[in-house]
Design a protein around this ligand. Structure first.
Ligand SMILES: Cc1ncc(COP(=O)(O)O)c(C=O)c1O
Length: 418
C-alpha cells in the first residue's frame, strides 16, 4: 500500500513511489533499511554539526523527558534548560549589546518571529510607518508566510499569490542597491535581513566588505539589522557565529539547526540590547510565542550539544578542515561538467555545467552519488550542497570529491557552459 507520507520539497508523483528509508546513523555515516551505507556530505539539512549517534545528547534528552517532558514558557513559567540555554546563547551571540533570547520551534518561525519583533519594535518606538523588511536576492528564510515572502529564490517565493506585504528584495552582493531601496522607502524601513553566507540559494559568500557596508547603511538610517544564522551558526565557520567572521554586530540573530545538531527541533531569535530593552521595558505583553518555545527537552539537548562542540574542540577542527574542503573542491573544478565551485568555512557548492539547459541534471547527479554511497543535495540554480558534520575526516572529504566526480562521469555530464 502506498504510504500517506507527504514529503516536503518533493514532487509526490515521483516521491510517493520511490523512497530511501533511512534507519540509523553514526558520525558522518547513515544506513538505510536495506542496509546500504552512505557518507552524509550535508549533515542532513545542514544541521548535524556533531554527527550522529551521540550518547550525551540522547541521554540528556531521555533524562529531561523523565523529569518533565514539556511545559510552556508563557507568562511566568520557565524550566532550567530553557533558562540556561538562553543565557548560553546570549553569551555567545555577537548581537549589538546583551541579548534577550526568544525560543521558537525551528528556523522558519525564528524568521517570522524576528520580522514580527522588528515590526513591533517600531510600533512601540513611535514610528509605526516603519513596516518594510528588505531581503536579498537568492535568500532562503524558511517557508512560513513571512519567510516565503522574504525569499529571494523565485521558485520558493512565487506561486502562492500575495502573502506578507511590505517586503522588498534587493540584489545580493550590492550594498548600493540596498542604499537605493532605503532611499526609495525612506523612513518606512523596519529591518534588513540576510544570511551571512547565502545557503540554499547556492552557498554564496558575501562580496568583500559587503556586510560592513550593510551594517553602516542600517545604522545610518536607523534600520534594524537581522542576521539569519540558521545555517551558519554554531561553528560552521570556526567561530560560533558567522557575524563574528564578517565583523558585524546585528540587532537580531536567528538560529536553529546546529543549536541542537538536529537531535531536537529548536530555533531562537537573540535580540540585542536596543530591541530587548525597548520591548521588555515598554512593550507590554508581547502577544507572540509557540507551544514549544523553550521546550525543556530541546533546550537540554541544545546545552549538551554546545558543550560537546566545546569539549571536543570542534570549532578548531572546522578551521583545520576548511582548507581541505577548499582544496577538494578546487580539484573537482577540473572535472568535465563542473562549471565552478565555492566554499566558505565547512560549507561548499559545486555548480554543474549544463544545469540551466537541463534542469533534471542535478537530480540525476544526486541519485548517481547516492548509488555510490554518498548523500548530497541539489540547491537552487543547479549546484550541489556540501556541508558535512564537523567530525568528518580528511579522507572522507576526499571521498566526497571523488564520488561526485564518479557520479558526474556516470551520468555522462558534458563539458559545456564553462
Ligand atoms: C537560512 C535559513 N533560514 C531559515 C531556515 C528555516 O529553518 P527550518 O527549516 O528549521 O524552519 C533555513 C532552513 O534551511 C535556512 O537555511
Amino acid at each position: 500500500m502506498m504510504s500517506a507520507l507527504w514529503h516536503p520539497f518533493a514532487d509526490m508523483s515521483v516521491s510517493a513511489g520511490e523512497k530511501v528509508v533511512l534507519q540509523r546513523g553514526e558520525g558522518c555515516r547513515i544506513w538505510d533499511e536495506a542496509g546500504n551505507e552512505y557518507l552524509d556530505a550535508t549533515a542532513g539539512l545542514w544541521f548535524c554539526n556533531v554527527g550522529y549517534g551521540r550518547r550525551d545528547l540522547i541521554e540528556q534528552a531521555a533524562a529531561q523527558m523523565g523529569r518533565l517532558p514539556a511545559y510552556s514558557t508563557f507568562d511566568v513559567y520557565a524550566n532550567r534548560p530553557a533558562l540556561e540555554l538562553a543565557d548560553r546563547i546570549a553569551t555567545l551571540a555577537p548581537t549589538a549589546g546583551p541579548s534577550g533570547v526568544f525560543f521558537t520551534s525551528g528556523g522558519s518561525d525564528g524568521v517570522d518571529t524576528a520580522a514580527k519583533i522588528a515590526r513591533r519594535y517600531w510600533q512601540v518606538a513611535g514610528e509605526p510607518q516603519r513596516t518594510v523588511v528588505i531581503s536579498r536576492d537568492g535568500a532562503y528564510h524558511g517557508m512560513n508566510a513571512y519567510g516565503t515572502s522574504l525569499a529571494g529564490i523565485s521558485g520558493n517565493h512565487d506561486g502562492w499569490g500575495p502573502l506578507v506585504a511590505d517586503v522588498v528584495n534587493v540584489p545580493a552582493q550590492d550594498p548600493a542597491a540596498l542604499e537605493r531601496a532605503l532611499a526609495e522607502h525612506a523612513g518606512r524601513v523596519a529591518a534588513f535581513i540576510g544570511e551571512p553566507v547565502i545557503g540554499a540559494g547556492g552557498v554564496r559568500p558575501p562580496a568583500p566588505g559587503y556586510w560592513e557596508r550593510v551594517q553602516e547603511l542600517c545604522r545610518r538610517d536607523d534600520v534594524l539589522l537581522i542576521a539569519d544564522e540558521v545555517v551558519s551558526g554554531f561553528g560552521r565557520f570556526g567561530v560560533w557565529f558567522a557575524c563574528e567572521h564578517y565583523g558585524i554586530a546585528p540587532d537580531m540573530i536567528v538560529g536553529a539547526k546546529g543549536v541542537t545538531s538536529g537531535y531536537q527541533p529548536l530555533g531562537f531569535v537573540a535580540c540585542g540590547d536596543r530591541v530587548r530593552s525597548l520591548l521588555w521595558e515598554q512593550g507590554g505583553v508581547f502577544r507572540h510565542g509557540y507551544t514549544y518555545s523553550g521546550h525543556p527537552v530541546a533546550c537540554a539537548v541544545g546545552l549538551a550539544n554546545l558543550e560537546l562542540i566545546e569539549i571536543e574542540s570542534l570549532r578548531p577542527r572546522v578551521e583545520a578542515l576548511t582548507p581541505v574542503l577548499s582544496r577538494v573542491l578546487t580539484e573537482l573544478e577540473r572535472e568535465p561538467g563542473v562549471a565552478g565551485v565555492r566554499s566558505a568555512g565547512l560549507l561548499g557548492a559545486v555548480d554543474l555545467a549544463g544545469a540551466e539547459a537541463d534542469p533534471g541534471l542535478p537530480g540525476r547527479v544526486v541519485a548517481a552519488a547516492r548509488a555510490r554511497g554518498l548523500l548530497i543535495r541539489a540547491l537552487a540554480g543547479g549546484s550541489l550542497q556540501i556541508s558535512p558534520s564537523f567530525v568528518i575526516s580528511e579522507v572522507e572529504l576526499e571521498r566526497i570529491g571523488e564520488t561526485i566526480a564518479a557520479a558526474l562521469e556516470a551520468v555522462g555530464v558534458a563539458e559545456v557552459g564553462r
